[in-house]
Ligand binder design. Structure first.
Ligand code: NAD
Length: 291
């Protein structure tokens, strides 16, 4: 039986550190605050929002939710986003994407204050991830994968990692974060030839393809670690990952479940980034409150 790598254990491991940091910042006169910007009411956005609100409440970190109607014009959306962006009591902003088809997210990627961009949507923060510069914010899901691997003390330096998926949201930034940990990363995608064989050679297989149950037992060798980032409709009202869990679990050494794996760590990373943003605000000239 493979070891089950549970996201809640990682989140619980991060909890006290986050509570202590939040209290330390409040004692210094800054009340860390995340703004969630949601356009419309997509079920997956609402599900993530509920999870984030619960996690932040458990940590005592403030959250404001700005709900913008799906019918908003581009101009009205950008106006409202700019107001939140300019609000000095807001330290981090999470914008749910993709936006409805009627709205363009490109202008807000340029508009967002890089210091508040806690889910890494602007070019400056993406560049920092690629430069290995820690002064920005890594996107929450890729960082959650790294936090999970570190929590379970899975060696990364020198490890062979096959990463399936090259999107800007997950695959590419995650490849950079794993490279920074001195792993040898093979970035696979839909045109990769002999994908099962490439993955079979890896110590760690990370699936972020958005293709239900595509990672079968043929992708994993005995003892390998399997990290499933995928969230797919299982056709029965629930969700499933990119990994065919039962057969992969029988073949590998350790594996994350879906749900209950990587997804359970992302809101803790969001909290970590929000606290980092609040701390950086405090350190800026004029950031420290009087008294
Ligand atoms: P995407 O569709 O933008 O990118 C998918 C990538 O996988 C592409 O690079 C594509 O080349 C590759 N790919 C697709 N099918 C493949 C196949 N059969 N073989 C090899 N490569 C293949 O998706 P994304 O936004 O990167 O998200 C990936 C998955 O992660 C989705 O299931 C998404 O729902 C999930 N996700 C989870 C979280 C989380 O918090 N756990 C957050 C974001 C995304």
């Amino acid at each position: 039986m493979a070891e089950l790598l549970k996201g809640m254990e990682v989140a619980n491991g991060m909890k006290q550190r986050l509570i202590d940091k939040n209290n330390e910042l409040i004692a210094k006169g800054v009340v860390p605050c995340l703004a969630i910007v949601r356009v419309g009411g997509r079920p997956d956005d609402l599900a993530y929002e509920r999870g984030a609100l619960k996690r932040f409440e458990g940590l005592g970190i403030r959250v404001k939710v700005a709900e913008i109607p799906e019918s908003a014009t581009q101009e009205a959306f950008e106006r409202e986003f700019s107001e939140i962006n300019g609000d000095p009591s807001v330290h981090g902003i999470l914008l749910f994407r993709p936006l409805p088809k009627s709205l363009d997210e490109e202008p807000v990627k340029k508009l967002i204050d890089p210091e508040k961009d806690v889910d890494c949507m602007c070019a400056a923060n993406i560049a920092k991830v690629f430069m290995g510069d820690d002064s920005g914010y890594a996107p929450c899901t890729p960082q959650a994968v790294v936090e999970l691997l570190k929590h379970y003390e899975i060696p990364l330096a020198g490890a062979q990692i096959a990463l399936i998926g090259r999107s800007m949201v997950v695959g590419k930034p995650l490849a950079m974060l794993l490279l920074k940990e001195n792993a040898t990363v093979t970035l696979c995608h839909s045109k990769t030839v002999n994908l099962p064989e490439v993955c079979q050679r890896a110590d760690i297989v990370v699936a972020a393809a958005g293709s239900a149950k595509m990672v079968t037992k043929d992708f994993v060798r005995p003892g390998a670690v399997v990290i499933d980032v995928g969230i797919n409709d299982d056709g029965a009202g629930g969700i499933c990952g990119d990994v065919a869990f039962d057969e992969a679990e029988a073949a590998c050494g350790a594996i994350t479940p879906v749900p209950g794996g990587v997804g359970s760590v992302t809101t803790s990373v969001l909290a970590m980034n929000t606290l980092k943003a609040a701390e950086r605000a405090l350190l800026r000239p004029g950031g420290r409150p009087e008294g």
